[in-house]
Design a binder for this molecule. Sequence first.
Ligand code: FAD
Length: 333
Amino acid sequence: MQNTVAKVAVVGSGISGSVCAATLARNGISVILFDSARGPGGRMSQRREISEDGRELLFDHGAPYFTVTNPDVLSVVTEWESRGLVAEWKSNFGSFDCFTNKFVNTEHQERESKKYVGVPGMNSICKALCHEPGVDSKFNMGIGKFEWLEHENLWSLIGLDGQHLGHFKGVVASDKNIASPRFTAITGQPPPLDLSLAPELVKLHDIPIDPCFALMLGFNEPLSLVPANGLSFTNSKVLSRAHCESSKPGRSSTSERWVLHSTTEYAKDVIAQSGLEKPSKETLSKVGNEMLQEFLGTGLTIPQPFFMKAHRCLQGKCLPSNKHSQGREMCLE
Ligand SMILES: Cc1cc2nc3c(=O)[nH]c(=O)nc-3n(C[C@H](O)[C@H](O)[C@H](O)COP(=O)(O)OP(=O)(O)OC[C@H]3O[C@@H](n4cnc5c(N)ncnc54)[C@H](O)[C@@H]3O)c2cc1C
């Protein structure tokens, strides 16, 4: 066993924080990982819903899949694949033009890069990494303040509730909001990290935020007349993508489940009217109906769903990658 040489706090259990925490732990550094959410995954979370008739429905409401170009990342993904944490999603993908109401088959072009999904949910990778030996994961624990203790040469972390969470030799923050005025707009509190401690982080403000709404849908029958399990939409103000959850490897196929993603522009318009605070039931219901109408309006012969629920992804779709624009392939470099 390697000796423990330092104690590091990692904030955020999304893919960045989880990979970082597990890598540090494998190198003998004891890690405490904090996340304000109930469980691991961040924007690679899986959502569990129960329909009115008691059926369990699971949805990847954030990233539906990822692709890889960097050979180093590919070797990490291959290791995850050998552990059964990810699998290739082999399916039909295409593009639908909402102006001509025609399906444009871009299957060949989109098949150029393999699409990977977490198994049995997108959060499975983070779940496994957060529980590796040496990683002590604490959920429902939001960090409200990073304090630098000059004399001790240590970081002190304070919870959003004012609780003292310990001293650390190093801290890793995986979410740009820790130093962003946006944190104040959402929580009413000052950002956890005072930028005078790390002035170079001001450039984080330049990373675009692409908010998005996700609509989770459950159908009793397969949408057999939709010729692809992953669609990107062109010429729609409302919809950007749609994915059939139940067609992914390792998922239950007892019901047909789809997730629709809105365009960033649509989400920004809604947020401009409703504000940054948690959206009301009425707002989510209006968004859900508008997204569903756009999907039904494609003429792709889509029945009424037995389950629908909208969710707002405030952090949005932006990636630590050079290709984060909407409707294009997204990739873990
Ligand atoms: C709708 C949508 C579609 C997407 N589509 C794709 C796709 O097709 N392909 C692809 O590769 N990527 C896609 N992405 C992007 C991808 O999901 C993200 O780039 C990636 O998951 C980000 O991981 P991360 O660890 O950097 O951040 P996150 O997953 O956002 O994790 C940050 C974590 O930090 C926690 N946190 C933040 N502040 C605090 C605090 N103060 N205290 C404690 N915890 C805190 C949060 O709760 C969160 O769990 C999509 C994202 C969305 C939302």
